[in-house]
Structure formats: structure tokens, C-alpha cells
Design a protein around this ligand. Sequence first.
Ligand code: APR
Length: 179
Amino acid sequence: MFVMIGACRLELLQGDITRQQVNAVVNAANSELAGGGGVDGAIHRAGGPTLMSETRDKYPQGCPTGSAVATSAGLLPAKFVLHAVGPVWRGGQEGEPELLRSAFRTCLELAVEHHCDSVAFPAISTGVYGYPKDLAAEVALQTIHEFLLAHQQPQLVRMVLFDGGTYGAFARVLETMLA
Ligand code: APR
């Protein structure tokens, strides 16, 4: 499903983030930028070893939770990878929503800064980091919606949801936002 926000398209797709033909793909990284499983493992496997070597060279200190950094995309069909660090879910009273919002917003700012017309996000924090999917969907979609309203770019923002349950959670939130 998709919605238009002015001239920009916000879409939900069930699929694999590493297969997206977009200018920038977002990685669900950790603050050490050390690689891992889930999205992180898939992106580094598909992108090849230059991704990790560039990350180590450019960002030896890692990246704080709630922020993101950019590298090239190696063998992926994208120009950039935006390595975003979402919060670990600790019950919701430890700033998790604001940190997740900030991770999404930083990626959108980086995408604009790097002249990316299209960007694909996974559902950051909803895997190993345990963020409830419906709550993460509210934060992600509201943040993207606000950014597109304010900036009218990137032209395409795609949320790539790996399984039907996550797609359903995001679709319900988007429908509620439009109602
Ligand atoms: N494409 C799209 N989405 C995917 C893919 C994929 N190839 N693989 C997994 N997902 C989904 C998961 O189902 C989940 O909904 O992405 C979401 C985020 O899951 P994680 O990758 O576990 O990310 P996160 O919860 O942010 O945890 C980050 O996990 O792999 C480590 O190094 C990473 O320490 C970091 C932590």
C-alpha cells in the first residue's frame, strides 16, 4: 500500500531490504557498528566486505543510539547504506520513542544531504531489540509523514517489512493515520 504526501510517495512493501532498487537503504545497526544478524547481517553479506572496512575507517567510534551514519553500498543495488541505531526496548519509559524517532529523522536528513530521491527502511528496533511492532510503526510512520510534509523529499520512502505480521502492523497504523 502507499500514500502520497504532496509529490512524495510513502509505501509499505513486504520483502527483503537487500533487494531494493533505491538510492539508499537503511541498516538496523548497533552503536559499535560491529555487524550482527537480522538486517545487519543480510546487508553486510549482500554488500560485501568493503562495507565493514569503510564503516571502521570512517566511524571508529561507532554511532550513538538514535543517530545514523552513511557509507557507500558495496555490491548492493543502492548508492548508500545509512547505518541507523535504534533503541533497545526496555518498557517504553527510557526514551525509546524519541530515540527511534531520531534514528528515522537522521536517516531522512542524511538521504536529503546525499541527494537520494529514494530510501528504503526496515522496521528498525523491532527484531533483536524487541520494540513492539505496532508502537514502532506509529513512531516510524509519523516521523516519515512529518518529514515529507515539511521537506517534500525524498520523493520515495519505502518501509520494507520482512514478514506478514510486521506488514500488517504497519498497514493498520497507516490506515489509522489516514482515517
Ligand atoms: N529485510 C527486511 N527486514 C528484515 C530483514 C531483511 N533482510 N531481516 C530481518 N528483518 C526485519 C526483522 O524481522 C525485524 O522486524 O527487520 C526488523 C529489525 O530486526 P533486526 O535486524 O533484529 O534489527 P533491530 O531490532 O534494530 O536490532 C538491531 O540486531 O543484528 C543486530 O547488529 C544488529 O545489534 C543490532 C541489532
